[in-house]
Design a protein around this ligand. Structure first.
Ligand code: NI
Length: 271
């Protein structure tokens, strides 16, 4: 019986994106402000997930004290460092979230005891920018977005009484609203020159029209898609996925939608 255990870590580091084989103009075009020659920095958050059998004596997959020490030793090489200048890992690749997480994978993978298997790493560069890695050639890049919207849960397929019974307060005729937040992941190979699965600026540009349409609107009254179907989290997350698939292509992974911090919906395409 394999169980997954996840522990969260933090480290703070500086970095800079610069491809020496490109012109300064090309660097600026692709990497923008991240080309600043003195660097900039982030409070990185790393989620380490390991898998293994539960030890019958301790009841644990791995003692979290041990995991903390193992990963902590790896992160000593990163915390309060300049990733380009103070570590050997980014001499010939950009210290992007995708590349950092794969370097951390190699280092943590090699340091874990044989009784556990490194299952997954997620590295947040900011609360809205992250990369997922599970070994192998590709990675996933993730980005969080927000929109504020009013809605009313109401189904034309149900009677007025059934609508009230099903949706309760959310059936209020004038509507109510949420600060919706959603995360988009794009999966694929990491480009050797940029260190990216997808350029954040390109992803933002692909998502921008959808945010523009949804933000500060009443979903049921102003979005044709929700005129005849209830604007539930389930229907919204599928709508976001379908719109984003059209904008980003076949590499779109999962969309995760928070209607409130407590109500979360995931959709990854397919039937
Ligand atoms: Ni940065």
């Amino acid at each position: 019986m394999e169980v997954l255990t996840t522990r969260r870590f933090e480290f703070s580091a500086a970095h800079r994106y610069w491809n020496p084989s490109w012109s300064p103009e090309r660097n600026l075009e692709v990497f923008g402000k991240c080309t600043n020659e003195h660097g900039h920095g982030h409070n990185y958050v790393l989620e380490v997930t390991v898998a293994g059998e539960v030890d019958p004596d301790t009841g644990m997959v791995i003692n979290l004290v041990d995991l903390k020490a193992i990963v902590g030793r790896v992160l000593e090489g990163f915390d309060h460092k300049h990733l380009n200048e103070d570590t050997p890992h980014f001499r010939d690749r950009q210290p992007t979230t995708e590349n950092i997480v794969s370097v951390l994978w190699e280092l943590i993978f090699g340091a874990l005891p044989a009784v556990v298997r490194l299952a997954h790493l997620r590295l947040y560069e900011t609360p809205d920018v992250f990369a997922d890695y599970g070994g192998g050639p590709g990675a996933a890049f993730g980005r969080g977005y927000r929109f504020a919207a009013a809605h009313r849960l109401h189904s034309p397929a149900l009677s007025p009484e059934e609508n009230v019974a099903t949706f309760g307060k959310c059936n209020n005729p004038a509507g109510h609203g949420h600060d919706y937040r959603f995360e988009v992941t794009v999966a694929g190979p990491v480009d050797a020159e940029t260190g990216m699965v997808v350029n954040l600026a390109d992803l933002d540009a692909a998502v921008a029209p959808l945010l523009e349409e949804l933000d500060h609107t009443h979903l049921d009254r102003q979005q044709a898609h929700f005129a005849e179907r209830p604007s539930t989290g389930e229907n919204i997350v599928v709508y976001l996925w379908e719109r984003l698939a059209a904008a980003t292509g076949e590499r779109l992974g999962w969309v995760r939608l928070w209607e409130t911090p407590n109500n979360v919906f995931d959709y990854g395409g397919g039937a």
